[in-house]
Design a protein around this ligand. Structure first.
Ligand SMILES: Cc1ncc(COP(=O)(O)O)c(C=O)c1O
Length: 147
């Protein structure tokens, strides 16, 4: 399962602004290959799109598969909004703690929208340092490094 690099997309609606990419994927477990991501990146660049990624399972890859953030491909860093969370990597499902990695120029608008719709993490999750706080810091540093 995945895009077929040799075939152009069958449809691109003129109002399409973004793609949503979940890799490694839940529930099917698909890990997009570099060739598939390059094919997607080509479409994104050609049509001036954003990509919203969900890479929450990035540390759950098996059988020699490798997770490649699409943001690491040429021209994709400033077009990728990576939305992720700590729940899978640190087994804290239900804490509802997450983070976004995006180019600084988009963060103002995102913070504004976030403030109007969500405001903050649940107080129970914010009350004390998470048990794996050093690991959280490590994870964020690792995520930043890969861009
Ligand atoms: C692909 C994917 N992204 C995000 C989430 C959200 O995780 P959480 O609500 O635990 O932060 C899930 C949860 O199952 C998921 O499967």
């Amino acid at each position: 399962m995945g895009p077929r690099p040799r075939r152009p997309p069958r449809r691109h609606h003129p109002r399409t602004r973004a793609l949503i990419l979940n890799t490694p994927s839940n529930p099917c477990g698909k890990v997009f290959t570099r060739a598939e991501l390059e094919a997607l990146a080509q479409i994104v660049l050609e049509h001036d799109l954003f990509v919203f990624t969900d890479e929450i399972y990035e540390y759950f890859v098996y059988d020699g598969a490798r997770h490649i953030p699409i943001a690491s491909l040429p021209g994709m860093r400033e077009r990728t909004i990576a939305i992720s969370g700590f729940s899978k990597t640190f087994s804290v499902t239900g804490w509802r703690l997450g983070y976004v990695l995006a180019d600084a120029r988009w963060l103002g608008a995102m913070a504004y929208f976030h403030d109007l719709t969500y405001v903050c993490a649940p107080s129970a999750s914010s009350m004390g340092p998470p048990p794996a706080s050093k690991s959280f810091t490590w994870l964020l540093r690792a995520a930043r490094r890969r861009l």
